[in-house]
Design a protein around this ligand. Sequence first.
Ligand SMILES: [Zn+2]
Length: 164
Amino acid sequence: MTIEEFKSHCLQIKPQPVLNCRLWDKGLSGKGYAGVWIDGKMHRGNRVILSLKLRRKIRKGFQALHTCDNRRCVEEKHIYEGTPKNNIDERTKRNRHRSAFGSENGKASHLKNILKPKTIKAIKALYAKDELTYQQIGKKYGLSRSTVCKIILDTHWSVRGTAS
Ligand SMILES: [Zn+2]
């Protein structure tokens, strides 16, 4: 397909509930990213989306990172230019927040800001019933398996307002 066709296809993908991710519904490249053939070459959808959003190429040493942790996601609002180090820093920050349960110290992760405490609770309750797998729960809420896993394991998903 052409860049234009790719772009319009992405906009036709219905956003998922909760996070509004647009999950690529065609082939995947290695490691589970959206894979798209443009002009005879396989590209990663998230990189193409980011270049279109920035109106330039991705800078050397930078990557198209997801705020939503959904590698398949091609929603431009969820994709930003960052270094692998940014990614690790974000993760470290999130993990550090684990001890500060419920507090709003420092920069909260994007996901934590957009996922309501109610949703986090509901996901945990659903898992507690022991009927669905992470993947099945993820499907219900439009989240990736790894995101659901993090919510359940509570790595950076403290519920806002429970402590001060
Ligand atoms: Zn997304």
